[in-house]
Each structure stands twice: as structure tokens, then as C-alpha cells.
Design a protein around this ligand. Structure first.
Ligand code: OAD
Length: 247
């Protein structure tokens, strides 16, 4: 964990005070929330999209035209999850929900770690990679069948994970609930996302209250926030927790 400067401490104190005072807080997370669990993000130097063009594996085009490549990519990602679990940052957010400090989490992550850590109110804006359905008949499928490269047991069609692919819409209910929550939030905390993917990158703008950004790379996006904290998600959440409980 990095050493804290006076400014870091002031900022942590400030965010802790906003969390204490806010009556409705929404957390919005991205892949940087799960890198400390061992899952690569997409656009950092070791991210998935540094070596693979997303349209070749994670798009409707890939599903339609190169199913084998599409399936191999998702099997690889599902297998990665077997060796990873939520970290203390996920647990702190779940605990904040229990203490009434966080009202919901909207996530672009498909790993299910927020729920596994104990968060109840989670909106999965890009779906969940742990369940599958048939692309052809829409029946639920078995994850093991997908991993074993089997087809749908009802119609013989192509199984696919319940994630949002490039070229698909976000799940209506989760997106709507997220927008509603952010519109009424006094505070939105955005964690571990490059804010490059539409429409999620537009969501923080709906907030009329305070906006905080926690990320390893603090770039031009920070000017759209009231506060930007540069650092790892888990470490930063732990530090905020210390500031929250110090009085
Ligand atoms: P990105 O990979 O684009 O961004 C992750 C951000 O998290 C980067 O800015 C990193 O610097 C930062 N980061 C990495 N590790 C961190 C850590 N330990 N603590 C804090 N920050 C950290 O991932 P997303 O913004 O989530 O969609 O990507 C959005 C969407 O693009 C994904 O949901 C996925 C992808 O294509 C689909 O596949 C549809």
C-alpha cells in the first residue's frame, strides 16, 4: 500500500464525510474493482483488449460469424474465475450496504463478486458470465455444457454466456434502476473504470449530488468529478473505511 500524503488524507477524510452525510449513495464499478482479485481488466497494459480486438471475440459479429473463437474466449474467462474470489474492497462495499452507507451498486463487471461478497442491491449492467442461455431458442443452459463445448440440450443451438456483447443493448431493468438511483443520489462513487464504454460512461452525469472517482489512472475524466482519488480500489476503500470509523 502506498504512503499517504497530507492531500491524500484530506481527500479520504472529505469522501468519508460525504459518505456519512449522504442519504443515498450509489457505487458504480468497472473492471478495476476486480483486478486485485486477479482478474485482468480490459484497457490497462495487461488488459484483455491489449492483445485481442474485442470485435473478434466479444461482439454479436463474433457470436454469429466466429462462434468457436467467441466460445474459446469466454471459456477462458470463466475458467479464470475458478481461481479468484472477491477481495476486501468488495467486502467493505457489502458492509457499507449493511450499515446503510451504500444503497446500491451498479457494475459493469460480469464476475458476480459484489454479490459473492454480500452486496444485495446489485445491478449488473453488462450481465453475468456464470450463467448461459441458448442464442437460438433462449432456453437456460448449463454452464458446464458451455465449458465442455456442448450445444443446447433443447434445440442443439449455440450456448452463450448471459453477458452483454458489443452490439447488444444493456438489460433494461438494471439500466433503468441504475439511472433512477443515480438521479436521486446525493453521492455517486465511481470505482475502477476507464469510463470509455457507452452508455455506462454517461451515467455519473445524471447525478445532481457529489461525484467521486477512485481509479489507478486519473486522466481527463477526473475534471467531471468533485473528487478524484488515485489508487487501487481495495486499498482506497480500506483507507476510507479507516477515516469513516475514526471518530
Ligand atoms: P477498463 O479496462 O476499460 O478500465 C479499468 C480501469 O480500472 C482502468 O482505468 C484502470 O487504470 C483501472 N484499474 C485497474 N486496476 C485497478 C485497481 N486495482 N484499482 C483501481 N483502478 C484500477 O474496464 P471498464 O471500464 O470496466 O464490456 O470497461 C468497461 C467495459 O469495456 C467492460 O465492461 C467490457 C469492456 O469491453 C464489454 O465487454 C461489453
Amino acid at each position: 500500500m502506498k504512503d499517504m500524503s497530507m492531500e491524500d488524507n484530506r481527500n479520504l477524510d472529505l469522501l468519508a464525510s460525504w459518505i456519512r452525510e449522504s442519504k443515498y449513495t450509489v457505487v458504480l464499478t468497472g473492471a478495476g474493482m476486480s483486478t486485485e482479485s486477479g482478474i485482468p481488466d480490459f484497457r490497462s497494459k495487461d488488459g484483455w483488449w491489449k492483445n485481442i480486438d474485442p470485435t473478434t471475440v466479444a461482439s454479436t459479429y463474433a457470436l454469429e460469424k466466429q462462434y468457436d473463437l467467441f466460445r474459446d474466449f469466454y471459456i477462458m474467462r470463466i475458467n479464470t474465475l475458478k481461481y479468484c474470489k472477491p477481495h476486501f474492497g468488495h467486502k467493505i462495499l457489502a458492509d457499507w450496504e449493511k450499515r446503510g452507507l451504500v444503497h446500491c451498486i451498479a457494475t459493469q463487471n460480469v464476475d458476480g463478486f459484489h454479490q459473492e461478497a454480500g452486496s444485495k442491491n446489485v445491478y449488473e449492467l453488462h450481465g453475468n458470465i456464470r450463467t448461459v442461455r441458448c442464442e437460438d431458442c433462449s432456453d437456460d443452459g448449463k454452464l458446464e455444457d458451455f465449458i465442455m463445448k456442448k450445444n443446447c440440450s433443447s434445440c442443439g443451438g449455440r450456448l452463450r454466456p448471459n453477458v452483454v456483447l458489443f452490439g447488444e443493448s444493456l438489460p433494461y431493468d438494471d439500466l433503468n434502476s441504475t439511472m433512477e438511483a443515480i438521479r436521486k443520489a446525493d453521492l455517486v462513487i465511481v470505482i475502477g473504470t476507464s469510463l470509455q464504454v457507452y452508455p455506462v460512461n454517461q451515467l455519473p452525469d445524471l447525478c445532481k449530488g457529489k461525484k467521486a472517482y477512485i481509479n489507478l489512472d486519473i486522466d481527463f475524466h477526473s475534471k467531471y468529478f468533485d473528487l478524484a482519488l488515485k489508487g487501487k480500489a481495495g486499498d482506497t476503500l480500506l483507507n476510507i473505511e479507516k477515516h469513516l470509523t475514526k471518530y
